[in-house]
Structures are given as structure tokens and as C-alpha cells.
Design a protein around this ligand. Structure first.
Ligand code: FAD
Ligand code: DLZ
Ligand code: SF4
Length: 507
């Protein structure tokens, strides 16, 4: 008899472990444990989503005839780590092997590979996670062919492999990428889709109570919890997105609006990452919407690129470069993360608005993460590991394989440009162009060195001056340095930025 351990982000009926095991003989183990729920201070909604989805999944497995041993969260129990639960079950009912599908985080994968078999006195077999379009092995082979890696080239390979939006070897429409058509500002039209909220059942209600009781000190609210916690509801969320938001997804992908939580984004990442949805079925549904004429090419290509391109690419980067990747800090940033990342209290309206979204929903869309909270951390020189921990804690979709390359690579440019060829640094002007946040702000986005000037402005130029040795020779940043060279009041900007940095927590 084998044990199959299924983790909180592996909740799919076609998981490699389940395909490998025999339901008439083998036993499935699942456990809610202290270590997994506190290795960072996860947002309470993230914990609630995972616990509730785990409980629903275990129930579905039992209904299908699997023998399931489930450990519900109990802070006082001896079972604090996943291995403790396997150990306890192995003592009760000795197994011949433990089967597991590759974990999403190096931390746990490494612990399993290096210790478990000896500690448990049990062979441990680790299966490839085949929920992705590109295996870690395939990515390694692809990456081995290039001196410099670029997502765009990886994405083209994946388009050819999967044949999404392709005519033979050529992209439909003649272009691989419609990013330049995806930058409209939104000012009230087209109307936003209604928010899909799921009725809570008894399992959801029990878990929400438990999380409220057990994790009161974790940042984030539980009262807005409306995530799907079953596969059938996650499929409803997918259909809702395809029908109501995908047609406008492309045009407004980069827009941000005060008080608007999701715009035309899908909010499907928590389901994709915990297993309730498969990447392939999501991309299939989007592609079908193009072929039926329901959604335009810039939306469908843009959406598929995020999943087939970025999501797979960052996963590849993670597994090829861990564990040393996590410690990189190319720009040698050491500033502690300002307190307002946890309290939301700052006078910068763009930041308070992204924090509000985050705390209320364990969600913020990509541009909010990249160009507001991320951009600010980059410009103010926050230590990459501290801001990485914040993203890992705050979002319902956050697992290290996807969070770390996005934060450390894309946002903080801490990986020597491995992931992105130039930093996504921007002044307040970009935020003002893509949002209406500045209208609600104490600071003035139009000035740089006045007492009430937008902090992003002087910090942006200060960042360029401080890091000149890294970026001046970068051809993609030529215009930035040409503008800097023409600038009259550089000393004033430096002085202003240094003053802001000396009282970063008060902004
Ligand atoms: P949509 O805009 O609807 O996009 C569709 C899907 O594409 C997403 O559901 C997601 O699966 C995928 N996707 C889009 N962009 C990316 C990307 N850059 N990398 C990987 N997948 C992408 N995404 C996570 O899933 N987990 C994380 O922990 C995470 N951390 C991030 C941290 C930072 C600093 C930044 C800048 C981005 C991070 N992202 C992360 C990527 C992206 O912001 C989220 O995937 C996206 O906001 C999820 O919202 P959505 O489902 O509405 O996405
Ligand atoms: C994120 C998370 C949390 C909060 N709790 C659990 C848990 O109690 N049990 C579990 O199996 N998984 C949990 N997870 C997801 C794991 O942290 C995730 O599977 C690993 O980090 C590997 O990706
Ligand atoms: Fe953000 Fe600056 Fe605009 Fe205020 S003025 S919302 S700080 S970009």
C-alpha cells in the first residue's frame, strides 16, 4: 500500500499522484499544518481559500472511493509539519512508499528530497508536476541554448508547440504580441462586469471561523472572502471571465482606477495555482472565444501570453536558478520595508489604494503590483528579500515558484537582468497616465522637489543616478539617460530624494 501526499496547491483530480496511485489499495494523505500556514504571515483569505479548497477536495476524493486521511488544523497538536502527519500515519498503517508530485516551492521540495526518506524509513517517489505546458527539464534545455533569456522568445516557442492562435508556424494576425494595443486608460466605459460572489457552504464557514480565531495577527481582512473553493465554482469563475471580461481584457490590461478592484482582469490565478483550474483549459476557453468572435485578438493573445508565456517562463527561471536565486541582490539594496506595506497608512494615494485592494481581497492586478507597490520598493531601495516576503504573504495566488521571479527579477531587478532586460522603474507620470489615483492624492504628481512633490518623481531620477553604472550602457534606457543629462536641477533632486529616503516611513 502506497501513501500519496497531496499538498494545498495540488488540488486537481488529474494530479500526477492520483494518476499513479490505485484507489482500491492506496491511501491519500492531506494535512493542514502550522508550518505551512505560518512560514510567512499569509493573508487570512489565502489560508482560508487553501484550507477550504483542501477540505472540499478531500470530500470529493472520498466520494470517488479513495481512502483519505485528513488532518484538520489544530495548533496544539503534535502535528506541526507535513512530515509529522506522514510519520503518524505510517506508524498506524505501515506503507511501502510515499508518492508525491513535485512541490511548488524549493523550501519544501528540498526538505522532502534530502530528509524524508531517511526520517520516515520509507521510499519517497517524486513525480513531475504535469499541470504545466513546459516541464522543468524542457525549460532547462531551452534556456541552455541562449546566452540571454527573453520571455518573448520562449513564448513564441510555446505558441508553436501548443498551436494557440497559430496558422502553422505563423501567428494569427501576423504579430506574436499585441502588447502595444493593451494600454488604454479606462474612464467609465465599457461598464465593468458584475462581481461573481460565491455562496459560502458549511465547510467555508467553518474554515473562515477557524482562520479568524487562529491567525488574528496576520495582515488582511476576511470579511470580503468570496473566492470559489471547489472546482465546479472555479469553472463558473472561468466562464464568467470569458463571457464578461475577456473582450475588454486587452484594451484595459494596464489601467488602474480608484475604488475598482478587478477591472477586466480574471482573478483566476489563485485557482490556477492551487489546482482548481488547469492552465490548458483556461487557455482553450480563451482561444475558443476568439474563434467564435466573442473576444478580439489583442485581448485573447494578451491573456494567453500571460499564462503560456509569463507563467511558464517564471516557473522555468525559478527551478533552473534556485536556491541561490532567492539571495540575489544585484543593486545591493538594504532599505527595510516601510511599515505602511503592513498598515496601509501613507499619504501616497496610489499606494493606499493598492494596499486597500490587497488587504480586502488578497488580490491586486499585475500593474498595481509591478508599477505601484513594486516600483516604489525598487525606487526606494528596499531589500529584495523583504519585499519578496511581503508579496508571498499578501496574495491568494502566491507560491514561491511564481512570486519570487516576479518580485526579485521583474520588480527589483535583483537578478542581474536575468528575467527582464531593464528595470520597470517609473516616475509618478506613468501612474498618472494609467490611473486616476493622483486626483485623490496629497502629493503633486507634476513637481519633483517641492515639499508636496510626488515621491515617485525624485526617487525615480535618484535611482537612475545612483545606478548609472548598471544602466547607462543599456540601449533600452538610452532616452532616460539623455533626459537626465539635460536636466538642470540634478543636485536639488538628489537632495530631495535623500530627504525622502531618510524619512521613508513617514511618507
Ligand atoms: P490576469 O491579468 O487575468 O492574467 C491571467 C493569468 O496570467 C493570471 O491568472 C496568471 O496566472 C497569469 N499571469 C499574468 N501575469 C503573470 C506573471 N507576471 N507571472 C506569472 N503568471 C502571470 N502571480 C501569481 O500567480 N502568483 C504570485 O505570487 C505573483 N506574484 C507577483 C508579484 C509581483 C511583484 C508581480 C509584479 C507579479 C506577480 N504575479 C504573481 C503575476 C501577476 O501579477 C498575477 O498573476 C496576476 O495579477 C493575477 O491576477 P489575475 O488572475 O487577475 O491575472
Ligand atoms: C500555502 C499553504 C498553506 C497556508 N497551508 C497549507 C497546509 O496546511 N497544508 C498544505 O498541504 N499546504 C498548504 N499550503 C500550500 C503549501 O505551502 C505548498 O504546497 C508548498 O509551499 C509547496 O508549494
Ligand atoms: Fe502616487 Fe505620486 Fe500620484 Fe500620489 S501623486 S498617487 S504618490 S503617483
Amino acid at each position: 500500500m502506497h501513501f500519496g501526499l497531496i499538498l494545498g496547491d495540488q488540488l486537481h483530480h488529474q494530479l500526477a499522484t492520483l494518476k499513479y496511485l490505485d484507489r482500491s489499495e492506496d491511501v491519500i494523505l492531506m494535512a493542514e499544518v502550522l508550518e505551512e500556514s505560518t512560514y510567512v504571515a499569509h493573508h487570512p483569505q489565502k489560508i482560508a481559500l487553501i484550507f477550504s479548497a483542501m477540505r472540499h477536495f478531500a470530500k470529493e476524493l472520498k466520494a470517488q472511493g479513495w481512502r483519505v486521511r485528513y488532518h484538520a488544523f489544530n495548533r496544539n497538536s503534535e502535528i506541526k509539519k507535513l512530515i509529522h502527519f506522514v510519520q503518524a500515519q505510517h506508524q498506524l498503517l505501515p506503507a511501502t512508499a510515499l508518492i508525491i508530485t513535485q512541490c511548488g516551492e524549493y523550501r519544501l521540495q528540498h526538505e522532502i528530497e534530502s530528509n524524508w526518506s531517511i526520517q520516515l524509513q520509507l521510499p519517497v517517489h517524486c513525480l513531475d508536476d504535469d499541470r504545466f505546458f513546459c516541464s522543468s527539464m524542457q525549460f532547462r534545455q531551452w534556456a541552455g541554448k541562449y546566452k540571454t533569456l527573453r520571455m518573448e522568445y520562449f513564448y513564441r516557442e510555446m505558441r508553436k508547440q501548443t498551436q494557440y492562435l497559430m496558422q502553422g508556424q505563423q501567428p494569427i494576425g501576423g504579430q506574436w504580441n499585441y502588447d502595444s494595443a493593451n494600454r488604454k486608460r479606462w474612464s467609465g466605459n465599457p461598464p465593468l462586469p458584475a462581481l461573481l460572489k460565491f455562496e459560502k457552504d458549511q465547510i467555508d464557514a467553518d474554515v473562515i471561523e477557524l482562520v479568524k480565531r487562529e491567525f488574528p495577527q496576520h495582515t488582511g481582512h476576511l470579511n470580503h472572502f468570496h473566492w470559489a473553493t471547489t472546482r465546479s465554482n472555479a469553472l463558473l469563475a472561468l466562464n464568467h471571465f470569458i463571457k464578461n471580461s475577456l473582450p475588454n481584457f486587452g484594451d484595459y490590461q494596464d489601467a488602474m482606477i480608484y475604488g475598482v478592484d478587478y477591472l477586466f482582469h480574471s482573478a483566476l490565478s489563485p485557482y490556477l495555482n492551487c489546482g482548481l483550474l488547469m492552465a490548458k483549459e483556461v487557455c482553450d476557453a480563451a482561444e475558443a472565444a476568439y474563434y467564435t468572435g466573442h473576444a478580439p485578438l489583442n485581448s485573447v493573445e494578451g491573456f494567453i501570453r500571460q499564462i503560456l508565456g509569463w507563467r511558464e517562463y517564471v516557473r522555468g527561471i525559478y527551478w533552473v536558478n534556485m536556491p541561490e536565486y532567492a539571495n540575489r541582490n544585484t543593486l545591493q539594496h538594504v532599505t527595510p520595508l516601510p511599515q505602511y506595506y503592513w498598515t496601509g497608512r501613507t499619504q501616497m494615494a496610489c499606494m493606499t489604494e493598492c494596499f486597500r485592494n490587497t488587504f480586502e481581497h488578497a488580490y491586486a492586478h499585475h500593474i498595481q503590483r509591478l508599477m505601484v507597490t513594486g516600483n516604489f520598493a525598487l525606487l526606494s531601495g528596499v531589500q529584495p528579500q523583504q519585499i519578496s516576503e511581503w508579496y508571498l504573504a499578501m496574495y491568494a495566488d502566491a507560491y514561491e515558484w511564481v512570486e519570487l521571479p516576479n518580485t526579485l527579477g521583474m520588480v527589483m531587478h535583483a537578478d542581474e537582468g536575468l528575467l527582464a532586460s531593464k528595470p520597470y522603474a517609473a516616475s509618478g507620470n506613468y501612474i498618472n497616465k494609467m490611473s486616476d489615483y493622483c486626483k485623490h492624492c496629497y502629493y503633486n504628481v507634476k513637481t519633483k522637489t517641492e515639499p508636496d512633490s510626488c515621491p515617485f518623481n525624485s526617487l525615480y531620477w535618484y535611482f537612475m543616478i545612483k545606478n548609472e553604472k548598471f544602466f547607462r550602457s543599456n540601449t533600452r534606457m538610452r532616452m532616460t539617460y539623455q533626459s537626465l543629462d539635460k536636466m538642470q536641477n540634478k543636485e536639488q533632486i538628489v537632495a530631495h530624494a535623500e530627504d525622502l529616503l531618510s524619512r521613508l516611513d513617514e511618507l
